[in-house]
Ligand binder design. Structure first.
Ligand code: NOJ
Length: 513
């Protein structure tokens, strides 16, 4: 297990929208380099960068055309090398995105596989026996290739699924068993890509749809086995590199698959969703919501099982948001976001900050979909740096921007957030600094629930020598004080008397014994 994960705090960068240094209206690698000290200053010591590979961008780069080529719009391989060198000099790790489940339909592997003539890539994708063979339970592209067969897609139509075989073979005429030697070739192709980037200095990967490899594998037995093999390669040759899965099942991902980290994703109605973004009839009914109507029970039921079961082996990752869901500002006020950040930064695991969340960037509604973003487009708008042209993102004409910048008068920017007492930025920066200062707030101590009474909108937990208190209601609350100590963080007014703590509404407090 890479030691650096113990106190890692990640910053996710959607490269299109972060910082444009060549004035073409789209972010680039030099832009990321130019902002490394900003990221470091916030306290983040690791990056996850969404795909920067050559792509036709039908799905924002999750449709890879050439895994070993940097998309020209972002820069060159030399830019990547410079990024890695400068980031490492500053103590920042860099994770790239790995998309093992599918490629673009313009990828050379697929161009070969769809040919009628058999060749070395014919088995790398999943084709039915003939075009007349199209079982409705599979998502197939039909009748579009020279090859006589329909192919399985993983996500959008432009993303043919790579072939890792089937755990349960229901159509033996065209489904290969997951343990046959033909599909091992796909595993080797992916390992080769991983090696290529890790040899160059990349510190690991965020793995896209990590559970999607083997088909008809409900229990993910064969999929986990593949990841175990990849973990063995990493332990042997890249022991300092890390993998984080887009899976949201830590017992399978971490314990079975050997991932170092697993994202707690926003799946409607699950623990993450009911903590932060649970819309019922357009009203946010999550625990961290302004109407304080939510419950912690779903989260606690999940976490009280998953956390103890996986904590010896890896980390569950809370994220402020990501490029696939509306920003937190869509669901809650800035004050509530500060409470949510307090929670995320004082929980075990490895937290991820999505670019712009540190200043409370808003989810932009009514945008025309960009590069397969659809409802996700509103969370992918340009980073808001300052009050200059295009809020400092780019010098290009407005019409050339990847996406429009937030046009509101009071658009938050880095410039108008830094140094402002009570800003989301200053609050988050303080919390990250505390996490770095006290290892108990990161991963040196366990999470112990002290109280979370149903319907009371309050939560108290212990992390080593710390107690963390939350009052998510608008009203003052009197809470039993769990031992004395020094207040090292508070979001608002409070009073401590004997063994009671009176916490004003929408407030959180950290007390150190
Ligand atoms: C998950 C990624 O986060 C998302 O952006 C992408 O569209 C799909 N996987 C398909 O690769």
């Amino acid at each position: 297990m890479p030691k650096w994960l113990e106190n890692a705090v990640f910053y996710e960068i959607y490269p299109q929208s972060f910082c444009d240094t060549n004035g073409d209206g789209i972010g680039d690698i030099q832009g990321i380099i130019s902002k490394l000290s900003y990221i470091k200053d916030l306290g983040c010591n690791a990056l996850w960068i969404n795909p920067i590979y050559d792509s036709p961008f039908m799905d924002a780069g999750y449709d890879v055309r050439d895994h070993k080529k940097v998309a020209p719009r972002y820069g060159t391989l030399d830019d990547v090398k410079e990024l890695l060198e400068k980031a490492h000099e500053m103590g920042i790790k860099v994770l790239f995105d790995l998309v093992p489940g599918h490629t673009s339909d313009t990828n050379e592997w697929f161009l070969q596989a769809k040919k009628a003539q058999r060749n070395e890539y014919s088995d790398c994708y999943i084709f039915t026996k003939s075009v007349w063979d199209a079982p409705p339970q599979y998502r197939l592209m039909c009748g579009v290739c020279e090859r006589d067969g329909n192919y399985l897609i993983n996500y959008f139509s432009s993303q043919p699924a790579l072939n890792y075989g089937f755990y349960e073979v229901t159509h033996p005429a065209w489904q290969m068993p997951s343990d046959c030697k033909e599909v091992q070739k796909t595993v080797e192709l992916i390992k080769d890509i991983m090696r290529y980037w890790m040899d160059l200095g990349v510190d690991g990967f965020r793995v896209d749809m990590a559970d999607s490899l083997v088909k008809n594998d409900d229990e993910k037995i064969a999929t986990s086995k593949i990841w175990r093999g990849i973990r063995e390669m990493m332990d042997k040759d890249y022991p300092n590199c890390a993998l984080v899965s887009e899976w949201c099942n830590p017992q399978r991902s971490i314990n079975d698959g050997g991932f170092h980290m697993d994202f707690y994703l926003d799946h409607y109605g699950n623990g993450y969703s009911t903590l932060f973004r649970y819309l019922v009839d357009d009203e946010n009914k999550s625990f961290f919501s302004d109407n304080a109507s939510g419950s912690l029970s779903t989260f606690l039921d999940e976490y009280s099982v998953n956390y103890p079961a996986t904590k010896q082996n890896g980390y569950i990752c809370f994220m402020t948001n990501n490029h696939d869901m509306p920003r937190a500002t869509f669901y809650m006020s800035n004050d509530m976001i500060k409470l949510a950040h307090t929670f995320m930064m004082t929980m075990p695991g490895v937290p991820f900050v999505y670019y712009g969340d540190e200043i409370g960037m808003r989810y932009q509604t009514n945008l025309v979909s960009k590069e397969g973003g659809f409802s996700r487009t509103g969370s992918r708008t340009p980073m808001q740096w300052d009050s200059s042209k295009n809020l400092g993102f780019s010098t290009a004409d407005e019409s050339k921007l990847y996406l429009p910048v937030d046009k509101s008068e009071d658009a938050p920017t880095v410039e108008n957030s830094i140094g402002v007492e009570g800003s989301i930025y200053e609050n988050l920066k303080t919390l990250i600094a505390l996490r770095h200062q006290y290892s108990s707030l990161a991963n040196a101590s366990d999470f112990e629930l002290i109280s979370a009474k149903e319907g009371e909108n309050q939560l108290v937990y212990k992390r080593g020598e710390f107690k963390v208190y939350f009052n998510v209601s608008k009203d003052k609350k009197v809470i039993k004080l769990e031992g004395k100590g020094e207040v090292i963080f508070s979001l608002g007014d409070y009073e401590i008397k004997d063994d009671t703590l009176t916490l004003n509404g929408t407030n959180a407090l950290i007390i150190k014994e």
